[in-house]
Ligand binder design. Structure first.
Ligand SMILES: O=C(O)CNC(=O)[C@H](CS)NC(=O)CCC(=O)C(=O)O
Length: 277
């Protein structure tokens, strides 16, 4: 998507794209980070923020999940938890086929980064509270782990998601055009390969109202690291869709038992890093 500041415009596009879904169920749809409100400036995003569990935007998302009988992962919706400051949580919300909200993940790693583009200084923590908890959730198709965008640069989080049982990881994103061109596919495939999980990454693409440029290339990657489907980084909106065989994870995990090997090496790694060797 090329999400704009007004949620109504973005919802129209989401509604239209969801009419093009393939018939298979169960089905997971991963919308990009900030799918409902992007490039609005911090103040306007905060104005649109809702209290968790109530509000028009959350109702619309729940209704769409129910209407299409899908698992709908709305990449980061601005959610306020009654704090008195001006910040919100960048919350990924998962709705089930019945329209129930099944999980909420608050983005842990905030993008306080300098990039050689026209925006230059990204300071997400100026308007966002960082998340404090990792989140996995059982679904009809397997255990889903949640991460967002910049989180992909922190393999420890993905290892923790795998240890918590994740088989599929959703990664709604809004990578910058510059860092995306250099790192996006390598990082997403590496996380899938390392943790032997399928990975579904939604993406923002194009030029947004505030002039920010995002990279796009939404991806579906299987647990062997193979890209099953990808958007081309030009078209918007673009639906990238694939059928993922999670039964392959059993063999991959048995043949290359990284989780077991990590468990037995953990003590060695921990002790040598403590003693500085
Ligand atoms: O603020 C919004 O409206 C939507 N959120 C974003 O665009 C976020 C925070 S600024 N972007 C990223 O995390 C980019 C990560 C990235 O590009 C990298 O790791 O290289």
């Amino acid at each position: 998507m090329t999400s704009q500041p007004d949620p109504q415009d973005n919802l129209k596009i989401i509604e239209q794209v969801l009419t093009q879904l393939p018939p298979a169920r169960p089905q997971l749809v991963v919308l990009p980070e900030a799918c409902l409100c992007f490039g609005a400036g911090d103040k306007r995003q905060r104005e649109r923020a809702e209290v968790f569990g109530s509000g028009e935007l959350q109702e619309r998302l729940a209704k769409l999940a129910r209407q299409h009988s899908i698992y709908l992962l709305a990449g980061t919706v601005p959610i306020i938890d009654g704090q008195s400051d001006d910040k919100f949580s960048a919350a990924s919300l998962l709705y089930g086929p019945d329209g129930d909200c099944l999980a909420r993940y608050n983005k842990i790693h905030l993008f306080d980064v300098d990039v050689a583009d026209s925006t230059k200084e990204y300071r997400e923590s100026a308007w966002t509270h960082p998340g404090q908890e990792i989140v996995t959730v059982a679904t009809e198709f397997g255990v889903l782990g949640l991460a967002v965008c910049y989180d992909v640069r922190f393999p420890e989080l993905f290892r923790a998601l795998r240890a918590a049982g994740a088989e599929v990881i959703a990664l709604p994103s809004a990578f910058t055009k510059v860092t995306g061109a250099a790192h996006w596919e390598v990082l997403t495939r590496a996380r899938a390969i390392e943790q032997q999980c399928a990975l579904v990454a939604g993406a923002q693409v194009g030029t947004h109202a505030n002039g920010r440029e995002t990279y796009g290339h939404a991806l579906v990657i299987d647990g062997w690291g193979k890209v099953l489907s990808a958007c081309d980084g030009q078209q918007s909106p673009c639906l990238s869709s694939a059928s993922v065989d999670l039964s392959q994870l059993g063999d991959i995990r048995k043949n290359i038992p990284v989780a077991k090997h990590f468990a037995s090496s953990k003590k060695v790694i921990h002790e040598s890093s403590q003693s500085g060797h």
